[in-house]
Design a protein around this ligand. Structure first.
Ligand code: ADP
Ligand code: MG
Ligand code: MG
Length: 199
């Protein structure tokens, strides 16, 4: 079973890996965006970990809704409301249970990813974070390690795609040949699940 501490570790591990990879995320956002993805997420997840220490929510749902709210209010770019919605809606779907099973988390995470698709209007293949998140959700039934691999492969597979959503879509065909920064950070978020779990 997964308790509030697990979800706290997930957010802390994500913050650490975003911090480590911030320059790479910003570099990926340079040719097909406005070179701020790393700094956007670094600021957002630093605020998340600070808030979790202060508020100390004691349920999985509480940890994720507080984190999502914090991302929405601190990250100005497109990714803030999108990741914020992902975490908030996943958290809401978990309700106020003290512990949730991996299967319950997988179902809730799918609800969160679907909310991101509704909010941003992106479908698979549009070269966005969805291209890492949706394969991860589909693989979650096989465990966190499988989800991580699926997300990493999904992020790599955005390179040959033409962007149809977000800033990168303004470039049309010139967006082809670059890995999507949001899909790359989504893979970090999913990878952090394995760290939180100790796999
Ligand atoms: P901004 O583009 O506002 O500067 P960021 O650079 O932080 O925001 O985030 C860019 C990432 O957000 C993109 O690489 C993409 O993965 C994701 N993104 C942008 N628009 C959408 C959307 N409509 N749906 C899903 N993801 C999106
Ligand atoms: Mg950007
Ligand atoms: Mg921006």
């Amino acid at each position: 079973m997964l308790d509030a501490d697990f979800f706290r570790r997930w957010m802390t591990a994500t913050a650490a890996s975003v911090e480590r990879e911030a320059d790479r995320l910003t570099a990926l956002d340079s040719p097909i965006g406005d070179a701020d993805h790393g700094s956007n997420l670094r600021r957002g997840f630093a605020a998340v970990t600070a808030t979790l220490e202060k508020e100390a929510p004691d349920t999985p749902g509480g940890v994720l809704t507080v984190s999502g709210r914090q991302l929405i209010s601190t990250v100005g770019g497109a990714s803030g409301p999108l990741y914020g919605t992902l975490l908030r809606r996943t958290g809401k779907a978990l309700g106020d249970a003290a512990e949730v099973s991996e299967a319950e988390f997988a179902t809730a995470f799918r609800t969160g990813v679907e909310a991101v698709m509704t909010l941003g209007g992106a479908a698979p293949g549009d070269k966005t974070m969805i291209d890492a998140l949706l394969p991860a959700v589909d693989a979650l039934g096989d465990g966190f390690g499988a989800a991580r691999t699926a997300a990493e492969q999904g992020a790599l597979a955005t390179t040959p795609l033409q962007a149809r959503k977000g800033r990168a879509s303004y470039l049309g065909e010139r967006s082809i040949g670059h890995q999507d920064p949001g899909a790359t950070s989504a893979a970090l978020l999913v990878a952090a699940l394995t760290e939180a779990h100790g796999d």
